[in-house]
Design a protein around this ligand. Structure first.
Ligand code: PLP
Length: 251
């Protein structure tokens, strides 16, 4: 019996493929223009958009998708092809790491780690179920805004502790990919200047790379600021609106 996947209308399929190609082309142009050596992953952020939209891009060859809500991701991952690389990019409440590790077999990355205990949950639960290693990014609250989650830049001890656990033999099912930040709205819309929040992330990366002899990736940049992020060394951009259009409100 073959599985029937959700299908979008042909016009929608075409529109999405064109939007995606446009952003990808931009990413490639910027990468050339700024002489970037590392490859850049374009994550299509599909939160609050239907599975049929994701399937349309899947048919066009896209494999990296980003989601913000645990239950929505679990549902989508079960009704869509198993070789999608899912990125969880939403706020991760304590206890939900377990649901992710158990419920999303093709979970590729969790980009919003902000505490050691969430890494430990992912590692432990993933060890009990089928599924590949989970890559993580540590989210850093570079803009120090109260409503944003992530490690504070003044808590280097917490960051070090988390990295040391992931790098230890004790941690078997979680791998460290890099650092992630969102940055403030003001910084993302400041025309033509260096983004100071991205700059803080790059500085932290350089410090940690040297301390642990590693090469951390950088997840920074969304629709409004991915061009600037690439210029400053991002290796993973998370783009929603420019690909899928404006999102409906969450109900
Ligand atoms: C929603 C979201 C995005 C995508 O934002 P757009 O502005 O639609 O490109 C990227 N990163 C995170 C963490 C998000 O929550």
């Amino acid at each position: 019996m073959s599985i029937v996947y959700p299908q979008a209308a042909p016009e929608r399929e075409q529109e999405l493929a064109l939007n995606y190609q446009g952003v990808l082309q931009q990413v490639e142009n910027l990468s050339k223009e700024h002489n970037i050596k590392s490859s850049i992953t374009l994550v299509a952020v599909s939160k609050l958009k239907p599975s049929s939209d994701i399937m349309a891009l899947y048919k066009a060859g896209v494999r990296h998708f980003g989601e913000n809500y645990v239950q929505e991701l679990i549902t989508k991952s079960q009704e869509l092809p198993q070789d999608i690389n899912w990125h969880f990019i939403g706020g991760l409440q304590s206890g939900k790491a377990k649901d992710l590790a158990k419920g999303v077999r093709s979970l590729y990355a969790v980009e919003t780690i902000d505490a050691l205990k969430k890494v430990k949950q992912l590692d432990r639960v993933r060890g009990e179920v089928e599924g590949s290693v989970i890559n993580v990014y540590l989210q850093i609250n570079t803009s120090e805004e109260e409503q944003k989650s992530g490690y504070s830049l003044s808590d280097l001890k917490d960051i070090n502790e988390t990295i040391e656990f992931i790098l230890s033999d004790e941690c078997k099912n979680v791998k460290l990919l890099g650092l992630m930040t969102i940055g403030s709205f003001q910084e993302s819309t400041a025309e033509g200047e260096e983004n100071q929040d991205f700059k803080k992330l790059v500085t932290l990366k350089n410090t940690l790379d040297e301390k642990y002899n590693i090469n951390l990736g950088l997840s920074m940049g969304m629709s409004s600021d991915y061009a600037q992020a690439i210029k400053q060394g991002s290796t993973n951009v998370r783009v929603g609106t420019s690909i899928f259009g404006v999102r409906p409100p969450r109900t």
